[in-house]
Write a protein that binds this ligand. Sequence first.
Ligand code: AMP
Length: 220
Amino acid sequence: MSDGTVVILLGPPGSGKGTQAARLCADLGIPHVATGDLFRRNLSEGTELGEKVRSYMESGQLVPDDLVTEMLFDRVARPDCAKGYLLDGFPRTLPQARALEKGIDGRLDWEAFLLDVPDEVLIERAVGRLICKSCGKIHHVKFTAPRVEGVCNACGQAALYRRDDDAPEVVRERLAVYREQTKPLISFYRDRERLAVIDGNRPMDEVHADLTTRSGRAAG
Ligand code: AMP
C-alpha cells in the first residue's frame, strides 16, 4: 500500500490548471506545487535560481530540465508533501516525466488529468488573465472581472497584475512550446493507463465538479 497520491494536472497554458489546482487542493487537503509559481517567487526575491531562469520565462521557453527537477524534488521532499501533493505545470517534458516516475518509485499512488481546451479559447483566456499578488487568486478581465479595477475580488487588496508572459506574442510561443515538448506526455501517461481527459472548455464549476469526482478515486 502506498502512503498517498500525487495528482498530476496537465494542460496547455490557459487551460485553467492554476484555478482548478487551487480548488482541488483545497478539497483534497494536499499541497499545490506549481513550478511556475516557484520560479516566479525566485524571480521576485532575486535569488540565484531566479536570475538563471529569467530569460527563459520572459520569452516563454522552458527552463532546462535539471534546474526544474532539482527545484521540484527539493519542494516535494518537504514534510507537507509526504502524504501526496498536486503538480501544476510539472512535468512538461519527457525527461521530467521519467524523473518524476523514478522519484515517486511506487511510494505514492499517482493519477494524471489532462485539461483539454481548444487553441482559440486558450489565447483569449491567457491574455485576459489577472493574478492577485497578495492571495494568488486568478481573475479574467472578461469572465471573472474584478469588481473594482485592480482590486482582488477574493482578498480585497489592490494587487492585481498581468504576468509578463501573458502578452499575446509570448502566449503564442508558450503554446508552440507546449505542442512540441509537452504534448508527447499525453501518450506517455496514456500508455500507463493513468490518464483521464477532462473537457476544460466548460464553466469553471463544471470542470471542478468533474475533477473532484474523478480524483475522489485518486484520493482514496
Ligand atoms: P506556468 O506558470 O506553469 O505557466 O510557468 C511559467 C514559466 O515557468 C514557463 O513558461 C517556463 O518558462 C517555466 N516553467 C514552469 N514549469 C516548468 C517546467 N516544468 N519545465 C520547464 N519550465 C517550466
